[in-house]
Design a protein around this ligand. Structure first.
Ligand SMILES: *Cc1c(COP(=O)(O)O)cnc(C)c1O
Length: 395
């Protein structure tokens, strides 16, 4: 394999990612192919992005049609795809309004601003505190990073946005001690992704809902990773029956193109006015047409039942491996974490050699998030390959 692209990346691209040593050139369905034509079974979905797999023909057609017709209008004008996608998101969720942006971290930044303005408008100044949780990941811009409980990510960039405090994840009593009259919002992932694939308990989310209501604080669910059908329900919050005041989306929403969205109740939306927030590219016609395709397909009850069935099959197969190094298998739907008693980096590298893409969530947790179109034959191929990797590593 030629090293041209890795060498060029090393020479010219800012070194903020440790990249695997091959160059991906093409994708189709559940597989990616490198420059030499080697196939990789994709159990990462581009970190929960490619819900419909790679090079989906319906997305390609929607994008091609729209880009040939109209690729960009700024947000000073109406465009039908923008309005259509907002309507579709509201029809399928708790929300009454949608704000579009271009990434997950931007969706979180928007939610922070909306919570601050809501608190100031309804309750007056000073109610600016935001509670988040250990193991959280909300993004890497200065506000979202302040809510991301990772010393390594925060330390070089302080001071960050003031007002953030952290309680242990899924510990309601600890959260109740932090939520008070000065709290404007509580940010939580219904299933933590980067933190190691940890579903929040329904009691925890219900308790946060009650504590927020007690103090007039807004409950914000970050579903950037766990939303869009990933857990076998369209939204992660549906497993608990608890609804938020705002929800952030990104990753899978655009079918591989960049988009973020902050969904709000009408009550929160009512405090916002023109000029409060905005973005040049946000909610452009091309990406909105792609997102409409993804949203329609992942909210199909048959697709969601398929996600639950494939998730159950995968977990059953993993348990059947009976590997002594596996500490715990957890998750919901096709958002699965396999915690080992050792670092998983060697397993991931061995996967690359055998044509299998996996990623981690923390040093000891293997994160399995295949495209939602994964079928029983792919699960079988994964389990065979993974068993071989485990056997080779123990030998
Ligand atoms: C990925 C992620 C983000 C950040 O999204 P970007 O698009 O990378 O900015 C925020 N929250 C959660 C839960 C995520 O998984």
């Amino acid at each position: 394999m030629s090293n041209q692209t890795p060498d060029k990346t090393a020479r010219y691209v800012l070194n903020t990612y440790a990249r695997a040593p091959f160059v991906l050139a093409r994708g189709e369905g559940m597989y990616l192919y490198d420059e030499d034509g080697k196939a990789y079974l994709d159990f990462t979905a581009g970190i929960s992005v490619n819900a419909l797999g790679h090079a989906d023909p319906e997305i390609a057609a929607a994008v091609s049609q729209q880009i040939a017709q109209l690729s960009h209008v700024c947000n000073l004008y109406h465009s039908a795809p923008h309005a259509d996608l907002a309507e579709a998101l509201c029809a399928r969720s708790f929300a009454g309004k949608v704000y579009f942006c271009n990434s997950g971290t931007e969706a979180v930044e928007a939610a922070i601003k909306f919570a601050r303005k809501y608190a100031r408008t309804i309750h007056g100044p000073g109610k600016t505190g935001i509670v988040a949780f250990s193991g959280s990941f909300h993004g890497r811009t200065v506000g979202a990073l302040a809510l991301t409980a990772r010393e390594k990510y925060q330390a070089p960039f302080r001071p960050l946005m003031p007002g953030a405090s952290f309680a242990p994840f899924d510990d309601l009593a600890a959260a109740e001690k932090l939520i008070g009259p000065d709290t404007c919002a509580v940010f939580v992932e219904p299933v933590q992704g980067e933190g190691g694939i940890h579903p929040a308990s329904a009691e925890f989310l219900a308790g946060l809902r009650a504590a927020c209501d007690r103090y007039g604080a807004l409950l914000v669910f970050d579903e950037i990773q766990c939303g869009m059908g990933r857990t076998g329900k369209l939204w992660g919050y549906e497993h608990s029956g608890v609804t938020p005041d705002m929800m952030t989306l990104a990753k899978a929403l655009g079918g591989g193109l960049p988009i973020g969205a902050t969904l709000l109740t009408d009550r929160v939306a009512d405090v916002l006015a023109p000029g409060d927030h905005g973005s040049t590219f946000a909610g452009g016609p091309v990406i909105c047409r792609a997102a409409e395709v993804v949203l329609r397909r992942v909210s199909d009850p048959a697709m969601l039942a398929h996600v639950r069935a494939m998730g159950a099959r995968l977990v059953e197969g993993l348990r059947g491996l009976n590997h002594p190094g596996i500490v715990e298998i957890r998750g919901l739907g096709l958002m699965i974490g396999v915690e080992f008693d050792r670092e998983v980096a060697p397993l991931i590298a061995a996967g690359h050699a055998r044509g299998l893409l996996m990623i981690n969530a923390g040093p000891n947790v293997l994160r399995l998030m295949p495209p939602l179109i994964v079928d029983a034959s792919h699960v079988a191929q994964f389990l065979d390959t993974f068993a071989a990797i485990l056997a080779e590593q123990s030998a």
